[in-house]
Ligand binder design. Structure first.
Ligand code: HSE
Length: 447
């Protein structure tokens, strides 16, 4: 039993007493009986550190020590597991490394930190023989990491597809149902508290790419590839795109895609990207609406599996944090068993894997051009696609009312390589009649 154990309990310290931290206090208090009956011993929150000592979080702290001293929390011999919930990069990185140096296990929800500094942090945990758990970092309350690490551990994972950001899924769902512009819906999302005042990480796909980097590492033993993930957000989508998507039988989702292409010689290449994607309207992922998240995982033994739930919020995220605490507490009580491999694969098997060049990826695509309404423009656009070997499935030109100088021209392609599409788009963009950069939305049929 560790230094912090009292009467068989495990001592926990919380750094960051914001929304999720408050949820953690509530879950530990409200579900203490179930937690103890499942573990065989209680979890005891002994200490909280936060710079804001004034705000009333609406939870009674009773005997929990609360001050602004995170260093003292880390050093406290009664704390065996440190929860980091402050967000950002430099400060949490320092606290997590200090916690390992002090022999403490760590639970965090910080996907950005792990996606960027994962090698250092997971390396420090492994070197110290300590655990780092981060279920709340991906999909909020959905136990997707635990499912990959344990429930699907027997499988070769073939594909992971995820709606990994609730803010963007809310915006896309609203744009589709109301026909309103992106900016109008984003403003409402901010007023409702879904989107941050600075929504860049969400709307530009960066938050989803952080999460996809973690899923890719876990699914394939591939060293984190955040910088290598081509990422495109949802800005620039128009109500017309949703209207036409519906006509073609699709819905638009910001999808994180991670696939493993395995060669006959056993070689593995990873395909990973985050971008607005059209998925068949009848698929389950297409019907994940509002701020909800979902992840589909295809394993070679199990087949397709789907995980759905709240990707953010006080109590769902706290549910994931406390589940991590329980897993680590169990490991501590079984002293000698060693920590679980946090990224599913043992550290020596997490290695860089080649990323498939984007030019080799092949898919159907929806293309939206803005062109002057002049004779011959349609044939020049379709001609350029034909010259590069991009097959056309449908073409739609929309009238926008009398006197409009330009019209949208929409092309739905057959499966085409990214290289062929890029070459055709360059030719089309150079046409004098085409007045704006084309908008491309990939189609993922096999969902
Ligand atoms: N901002 C994220 C989202 C939640 O909108 O899904 C935290 O990862």
């Amino acid at each position: 039993m560790g230094a912090g154990s009292q009467h068989g309990s495990i001592g926990v310290g919380l750094i960051g007493f914001g929304t999720i931290g408050t949820g953690v206090v509530k879950v530990l208090r409200d579900n203490a009986t179930e937690i103890e009956q499942r573990l065989g011993f209680p979890l005891r929150l002994v200490r909280i550190a936060d710079l804001d000592l004034e705000t009333d979080r609406g939870v009674a702290l009773d005997e929990i020590h609360f001050d602004a001293d995170a260093k003292a929390l880390i050093a406290d011999p009664n704390v065996q597991i440190v929860i980091e919930l402050i967000g950002g990069y430099d400060v949490p990185r320092k606290f997590i490394l200090e916690a390992f140096a002090a022999g403490k296990h760590v639970v965090t929800a910080n996907k950005a930190l792990l996606a960027l500094h994962g090698r250092e942090i997971f390396g420090a945990a492994a070197a110290a023989g300590l655990d780092i758990a981060f279920e709340a970092a991906v999909g909020g309350g959905i136990p997707i990491l635990r499912s990959l690490r344990e429930g699907l551990a027997a499988n070769q994972i073939q594909k992971v597809l995820g709606i990994l950001n609730g803010t963007t899924n809310y915006v896309l769902t609203e744009m589709e149902s109301t026909g309103e512009d992106f900016e109008v819906v984003l403003k409402r999302a901010q007023e409702l508290g879904y989107a941050e005042a600075d929504p860049t990480f969400d709307v530009d796909g960066i938050d989803a790419a952080h999460k996809l980097a973690l899923l890719t590492a876990m699914a394939y033993g591939a060293e984190l590839t955040f910088e290598e993930i081509p990422t495109e957000g949802i800005r620039g989508l128009l109500p017309l795109d949703f209207e036409l998507a519906a006509e073609f039988g699709y819905r638009i989702k910001l999808l994180g895609v991670a696939k493993c292409h395995r060669g006959a010689d056993g070689s593995e290449r990873i395909e990973a990207r985050v971008q607005p994607t059209m998925v068949p309207a009848s698929s389950m992922l297409a019907n994940v609406d509002g701020a909800m998240n979902a992840v589909e995982v295809l394993g070679n033994a199990v087949g397709p599996t789907l995980y759905y739930g709240a990707g953010a919020g006080e109590m769902p995220t706290a549910s994931a944090v406390v589940a991590d605490l329980m897993e680590i507490a169990r490991e501590i009580q079984r002293s000698g068993a060693g920590p679980v491999a946090p990224l599913s694969y043992l550290p020596e098997h997490i290695v860089p894997k080649p990323v498939i060049p984007e030019s080799e990826v092949a898919a159907r695509a929806y293309l939206r051009f803005t062109a002057r309404d002049e004779p011959g423009v349609l044939s020049r656009i379709t001609g350029a696609l034909g010259e590069e070997g991009v097959g056309i499935a449908s073409v739609v030109q929309r009238e926008t009312g009398t006197g409009a100088a330009t019209v949208p021209v929409i092309v739905l392609t057959h499966v085409a390589s990214e290289a062929a599409l890029t070459a055709a788009l360059a030719k089309i963009e150079a046409l004098a009649e085409v007045t704006e950069s084309p908008r491309v939305i990939r189609i993922e049929e096999d969902v």
